[in-house]
Every structure is written in C-alpha cells, then in structure tokens.
Design a protein around this ligand. Structure first.
Ligand SMILES: Nc1ncnc2c1ncn2[C@@H]1O[C@H](COP(=O)(O)OP(=O)(O)OP(=O)(O)O)[C@@H](O)[C@H]1O
Ligand SMILES: [Mg+2]
Length: 415
C-alpha cells in the first residue's frame, strides 16, 4: 500500500494539509514561469471553473515570487459581479459584519480549529442566519489557493448533501468563509473519543449518513459538468445537520476531473493520513477512484468505530485499511470488526453487506473499485433496510445490494 509506505516521509503543510509524498512536484504539467497575460477566449469565459484553474496557476506564480497577492485578482469577480453573487448562495461580507456576528471572534463562539484556521459560530444579521465562519490563518500564502477554489466550487454547486456557502470576505489580508451552520458538528466527533454525555450513533443512522455522503460525492463525480474530484473526503469533513443529515464540506483541495480521454489529473499528493488512496500517493495521479477509496475508509470508520489512522497503535493496526484487509478474507471475523459501541445492535446481513461495499471501495487496484453511482445504489438499498432490534427476521432474507447493481462481477469479498 503506497499510502502506508509513505509514513514518515511527509511534510506537514502550513495549512495543515499533508503533502503525503513530496517527491512528486506540484502539478507535473510544466508551466511557463512568467506566462504573458492573455485575455480569455470566449470559450474560456464560459468555463465556470476558469477561476479554479486560474487559482492554480496564480499560486504557482505567487509562490515563485513569494509575493503577496489578493484573492480579488483571481477572477472571483466573474462570479461576484457588483458585490452580488451570480451563483445561488454566496455574497461578499465585510470584515466588520463578520466580527459583529461573532462578538469579535469571541472564544466562546469557537466551534473548532482545522488546518486552515479557526471556525466560529455567529449570528449574521445582514442575512438573518446563524452561520459558521472560518477565518483562515493568514501567516502564509498557503491557503489562498484553497480559499479561491473553495469559493469558486461552492458557488457553483447546489446539492442537499453539500454544505452551503453563504459568502466570503477577502479584505486586505483577511480571508473568511461563511457557511451554513451545521448544528451537530462533524461526523468524527460522533464516532471517536465520545464525551460521556454523547450517545453512540445507531446502525440505521450510520447507514443513512453513509448513503447521504455518497450522494454528495455522486453529485460531484457524475452530475456536475465538468465533474470534480473532491480529494478531501474524511469524517471531519462530513458535517451533520438536524436528524444527522450529512453534508460534505471543505472544497479547497477539489480538482476539476480529467477531460477527454484522460483518466487522471497529475498533482502534488495532498491529503490526510489514512484516507489517501495508495495509487494516488505513489504516482500523484488523481482519479475519481481516489475519492472512492477515501469513501471506503469513511464507511469502514462508520462500521468499526475505529479511526482511519492511529499513529500510536502497533504497526499492523495504525491504518484502518491495513487492519481490515486480512479480516475481509475471513467471514468468521466480520462480527469482530463491528464497533463495540453498537453493543450488538446491528443486523448481521446488513453488516456483511456494508463490509462488502467498504472492501470494494478500498481495493488496492483503482479499476477494481466501484463507481460512485453503484455505491449510492447499494447504500440507498442498505439504508432503506431499517434495523429494528425487536424484529430480527426481516433482516436476514435479502440479497446483496451490490449484486442488485449488476456491475460488480469481480470476487472481492464473499458474503
Ligand atoms: N459549517 C459548520 N457548522 C458547524 N461546525 C463546523 C462547520 N464547519 C466546521 N465546523 C467545525 O469546526 C471544526 C474545524 O473544521 P475545519 O474544517 O476547519 O477542520 P477539520 O475538518 O477538522 O480539518 P481540515 O482542516 O483538515 O479540514 C470542526 O470540528 C467542525 O466540526
Ligand atoms: Mg474540515
């Protein structure tokens, strides 16, 4: 597993994202160092992802020169004409409006902190909404590209399983993102290191979260034109709304997928330990199947309650996938894999089916992993089979949801 062999060789980026394998240069496609600025062609103007692509090349130039540049240069103005959003949700806020919303970024409004900076809960009077405001750490240039990609991507997407971006602030060196507030926080806080007052998620909720997250990914892979590779799928980026409705968040690493006959985009390997597909870690070639691998890891976390990567565990148990792989081969081990916090409250057949889906997603060979629409079909079926501990007979007579998709013919895990 390439991801696993990379241990110890990585650099932590200032923005907290891990450059998993720094021997691969940023974007293997060669770029001119100081390209002459050409006005965009009519075709380019119509490309809704122009500012994402431009953010990448701008970052190259800015990193070379080590100079400051403003996100306003990055053609966000194409999306935000006259300070108003052309897209559905986003608008420009002033720093003062966001400071007022959070009581001047008061400590008791702090929701958490990630690689890019702190996230605060706020009450934004201008739009009469409770919001989550992410204030980017502005110590370095890292993160500006991610800021632009995040704004551009979220301004163009609209799906019930993707977090909404209300707007942003890019005043002087301040970079802030304003999202819808997700009252139940991120999935990882419901799976791992639970505080004593937090109940473990039940089986049905776990399968509903998995199905919803898969639908969000399906939208990015299959419904968007051009499609997007998410590149940062993990439990801390799955946010939960009322009724544990899941939404994917954090699109700063998203990449426009390959076009034409190409099967991959070449990029510096970025990601989070435990979630990164081995093929991507080894080659820097990003494909839709890299996201499928990460999704499989999330599904395994939902089933087992274990973390994707635990540095302090023994070598064989550090990576969830490395721990799970030998167990996939032995049916007798399946029930040993399940999260003890479920206290035996799960359907045996449903467990086997969920494990089968996870096992397929984390296959070493990317072409053996399923496409997202098949994962959605399988998980939609699984999540519709509501588990009721009092009615055990209804749980055992169903055929595999993966067989129902008709496309998974390879032997991957026997159920
Ligand atoms: N829209 C939101 N609503 C409610 N809480 C949020 C929202 N966005 C983020 N948070 C919370 O803020 C915390 C930090 O999130 P953030 O996305 O910055 O970091 P992360 O996902 O933990 O790591 P990374 O930087 O690698 O994505 C998380 O614990 C999350 O629960
Ligand atoms: Mg996040």
């Amino acid at each position: 597993m390439g991801c696993f062999t990379c241990t110890g060789k990585s650099d932590k980026e200032p923005n907290g994202k891990t450059d998993i394998n720094n021997k691969y240069p940023r974007n293997q496609v060669k770029r001119k160092k100081n390209p002459e600025k050409q006005p965009p062609s009519e075709k380019e103007k119509l490309d809704p992802f122009r500012c994402i692509k431009q953010a990448e090349s701008k970052e190259e130039v800015s990193k070379d020169k080590k100079s400051h540049f403003d996100a306003n240069d990055l053609e966000l103005k194409d999306i935000y004409k006259d300070g108003k959003s052309v897209g559905k949700h986003a608008q420009i806020f002033t720093f003062n409006e966001l400071a007022a919303a959070t009581g001047n970024f008061r400590a008791d409004c702090l929701l958490g902190e990630g690689g890019f900076g702190k996230v605060y809960k706020g009450n934004l009077e201008k739009i009469n909404e409770v919001v989550a405001i992410k204030q980017l750490d502005h110590k370095g240039l890292q993160g500006t590209k991610e800021f632009v990609v995040e704004v551009a991507t979220l301004s163009l997407v609209d799906h019930t399983n993707l977090v909404k971006l209300f707007g942003f602030c890019a005043e002087r060196d301040q970079r802030l993102l304003v999202y819808e507030y997700m009252p139940l926080g991120s999935l990882d806080t419901h799976l791992h290191d639970l505080p004593p007052n937090r109940k473990a998620l039940d089986w049905n909720t776990r399968m509903k979260i998995a199905a919803g997250a898969a639908r969000g990914l399906e939208y990015l892979h299959d419904k968007l034109k051009p499609p997007i590779i998410y590149r940062d799928l993990k439990c801390s980026n799955i946010l939960l709304g009322e009724g544990y409705h899941p939404k994917l968040s954090d699109f700063g690493l998203a990449k426009v997928g390959p076009s034409g006959d190409r099967t991959h985009v070449s990029t510096r390997v970025m990601g989070t330990y435990g979630y990164c597909a081995p093929d991507y870690a080894m080659t820097g070639q990003l494909t839709f199947k890299s996201d499928i691998y990460s999704f499989g890891v999330v599904l395994l976390e939902l089933i087992t309650g274990r973390k994707a990567y635990e540095p302090f565990k023994g070598r064989k148990e550090q990576y969830l996938v490395a721990w799970a792989r030998p167990m996939f081969r032995d049916r007798n081990q399946f029930q040993l894999m399940v999260d003890p916090k479920l206290q035996g409250q799960y359907p045996v057949k449903g467990l086997y089916q969920a494990l089968a889906i996870a096992a397929m997603c984390v296959q070493e060979q990317p072409n053996m992993r399923p496409i997202i629409s098949d994962v959605v079909t399988a998980l939609t079926y699984l999540s519709s089979q509501s588990y009721n501990p009092g009615a055990l007979s209804s749980q055992s007579s169903r055929s595999s949801p993966l067989r129902a998709t008709g496309k998974q013919t390879e032997e991957r895990v026997s159920i």
